[in-house]
Design a protein around this ligand. Structure first.
Ligand SMILES: [Zn+2]
Ligand SMILES: [Zn+2]
Length: 222
């Protein structure tokens, strides 16, 4: 166990406050990451405020985590100390249901989310990335290129994959038109995914008045 500093919500109304807890010891399949950056997803606000119900307190939010590997377990083959690594919304699943077999662990009935989820290792609740380190099974840790700005890479772990996934699922390519409903956090990420196969999107919004956006996010309207 290691003493870990964090920011936690203690109830649905209070501001997040400093909080200390014990991370589990690094197991044979685990990677320990010193967290450098963690994105702030709107889900964190919903969960901290119990707007979806089912929130457990104290809650340490954060599921857009980027950091550097400091310890690896004896079975870990995919990471070594010093690697940049990321953790998204999930830290475990059953590993054997048909969803897990299809690589869609997010649909697993026993999916363990990065925070506010029952933690079989500790018997408590998982604590997320608003903390100085995290211990995660290597199967749920991602490589982060050293060429990426780690602060900019962190939102890829939730907002980024959430908007990238439908582009791939629907095989968006040359000739496709993409509509993004709302230019919020995910809308920004979706509009930034400009690759040869992802055309410049059209943003659909209800109100004309909106804060001026940086030119990099300027959108083309069909
Ligand atoms: Zn999120
Ligand atoms: Zn499963």
């Amino acid at each position: 166990m290691s003493t870990t500093r964090a920011y936690a919500a203690t109830d649905p109304r209070s501001p997040l406050a400093p909080f200390t807890f014990q991370r589990r010891t690094v197991g044979a399949d685990d990677v320990r990451i010193d967290i450098l950056y963690c994105g702030v997803c709107h889900s964190d606000l919903h969960q901290a405020r119990n707007e979806w119900g089912g929130s457990s307190y104290p809650m340490v939010p954060g599921h857009e985590i980027v950091g550097r590997v400091t310890h690896v377990g004896t079975n870990v083959t995919r990471f070594k100390v010093g690697d940049m690594a990321g953790v998204g919304c999930m830290v475990d699943s059953c590993r054997h249901c048909h969803d897990c077999a299809d690589g869609e662990e997010q649909f697993c009935n026993q999916a363990v989310f990065t925070y506010n989820s029952p933690d079989s290792h500790t018997g408590g609740i998982t604590y997320g990335g608003y903390s100085d380190n995290i211990v995660v099974d290597q199967a749920f840790v991602l490589h982060i290129s050293d060429r990426l700005d780690p602060a900019g890479a962190a939102p890829l772990l939730c907002a980024g994959i959430t908007t990238y996934s439908p582009l791939r699922h629907w095989q968006v390519g040359p000739g496709s038109k993409v509509g993004i409903v709302g230019l919020g956090g995910l809308g920004h990420m979706g509009s930034s995914l400009r690759t040869p196969w992802a055309p410049i999107p059209c943003c659909l919004r209800r109100r004309r008045a909106k804060p001026r956006m940086p030119s990099v996010w300027a959108l083309t309207r069909w």
